[in-house]
Design a protein around this ligand. Structure first.
Ligand code: FAD
Ligand code: SF4
Length: 396
């Protein structure tokens, strides 16, 4: 699809220049000219009174569909350890690869990381592309984009999946630009939806009020970042066999424009919400930040961790790293306690996959009760101490 000026119809009125939100039309010799910044939004076509602009189909479908095969997973590692999202991507990638009757592959970059290949094979990767170089020791956008971008153009994967982590969110768009393809960010569902091998990529839209399914039918690879904690992780099997393919890594002066001077780890206590088996979450019903002390005590007794709703985080009662929901972590614990949380759709998006949901709320009509397996109607400051007392008694 491309936007074109029909020169013989153009009267040089400049209406299209003013209408273009991307400054992508200039005038040359009293005729409009489309510039590379054009996003094909079509605004100019609507305002032109002389039928001098049209959208043509000529650029569509220029890729050779048969040339692209394999599902690739970007295996993010830090300090030689795979991120938990990688096993989830391999779990999801396996389903897609089986449906497409193709191979599941992982691509991993770093320095002295050869051990990771067998781990990735154990999680189901049939091929592991490995880029080992000291310049890849710590993640840098330029370095990773160059190496993986070149690998994509050499091996032509059909699908490339990345975790929607900080690194995945940075790297994904750069790779998509390099490969001249599209990317759907923050997907929560992936399916092969048709015979054209198109990946149907679903993600929340409009504040989580509806789910949008996005396709990339005119280019390959199809790229998506996937929300951590949503997809089921692949099961590790040390018996699996696979092939390791080293990637050529060559950097010229100027290829990498940034230097890592120092890595400063957050001194905040890290909460591992996505791995937790029991989560006790608090919302604005706590009434103040002090309420989280009670939840901490409760969580400790249960061997769990503390989560929070956006209202509690926005009130400054607890750090953002505890946030659960559409803009925070997605969790799937065995038991999720929602204490003083109303159950807004954006919160449910992050926790409704929990095995058991226990809601404590003084409003019997709170929407959280619609997803709760057990509902306790009443004041959390009365109910939680009662439960803790019972727990103490049962341990005596
Ligand atoms: P409220 O909705 O105010 O509910 C408080 C509840 O506590 C009430 O049901 C009340 O009956 C109960 N209560 C009060 N006192 C007590 C008591 N003493 N004992 C027991 N119960 C009591 N929210 C998230 O959580 N996570 C997200 O990731 C997120 N992302 C968002 C993204 C967008 C784009 C938007 C627009 C919103 C997002 N939100 C998110 C906000 C979300 O819409 C809600 O506003 C938020 O979840 C409400 O938090 P809450 O349930 O703690 O507060
Ligand atoms: Fe500008 Fe949109 Fe017209 Fe392209 S299609 S020139 S972006 S108005």
């Amino acid at each position: 699809m491309a936007v074109k000026i029909i020169n013989e119809n153009c009267k040089g009125c400049e209406l299209c220049v003013k209408a273009c939100p991307f400054d992508a039309i200039t005038m040359e010799h009293k005729t409009a000219v489309i510039q590379p910044g054009c996003t094909q939004c079509g605004n100019c076509i609507e305002v032109c009174k002389f039928d001098a602009i049209e959208k043509s189909e000529e650029a569509a479908q220029t890729f050779d569909r048969e040339a692209y095969r394999c599902v690739w997973v970007f295996a993010e590692q830090r300090e030689g350890k795979l991120m938990p999202a990688v096993a989830e991507l391999l779990g999801e990638g396996r389903k897609l690869a089986d449906e497409l009757n193709t191979e599941l592959c992982a691509v991993v970059l770093g320095h002295q990381i050869s051990d990771l290949a067998s781990e990735l094979i154990g999680y189901g990767a049939e091929k592991v592309y490995i880029g080992d170089h000291q310049e890849l020791d710590t993640y840098r956008t330029d370095a990773y984009t160059k190496v993986i971008g070149e690998a994509i153009s050499a091996y032509k994967p059909e699908i490339v999946l990345l975790g929607a982590t900080h690194i995945g969110r940075d790297l994904g768009p750069c790779l998509a630009v390099k490969a001249d393809t599209g990317l759907t960010a923050d997907c929560t569902r992936l399916e092969i939806g048709d015979e054209e091998r198109n990946l149907h990529q679903t993600r929340p839209a409009f504040g989580g009020n509806l789910m949008a399914t996005i396709l990339c039918p005119h280019s390959r690879p199809q790229m998506a970042t996937v929300r951590p904690g949503v997809m089921e992780a692949a099961v590790f099997d040390p018996q699996r066999q696979g092939t390791v393919i080293p990637l050529e890594v060559n950097f010229q002066k100027g290829d990498i424009r940034t230097k890592v001077l120092e890595t400063v780890k957050s001194i905040k206590e890290q909460v591992s919400l996505s791995d937790a088996d029991i989560i006790v979450s608090g919302g604005s019903g706590l009434g103040s930040g002090e309420g989280f002390a009670l939840l901490e005590e409760f969580a400790k007794k249960l061997g769990g961790v503390v989560g929070a709703s956006r209202a509690a985080v926005d009130a400054g009662w607890i750090d953002h790293s505890h946030l659960i929901g559409q803009t925070g972590s997605t969790v799937r614990p065995s038991i999720y306690f929602a204490c003083g949380i109303s159950g807004a759709i954006q919160h449910l998006a992050g926790m409704d996959g929990s095995d058991y949901i226990v809601a404590i709320n003084k409003d019997a009509h709170a929407p959280i009760f619609q997803v709760a397996d057990y509902g306790l109607i009443g004041d959390l400051y009365e109910i939680i101490p009662c439960i803790m007392e019972e727990l103490d008694r049962s341990h005596e």
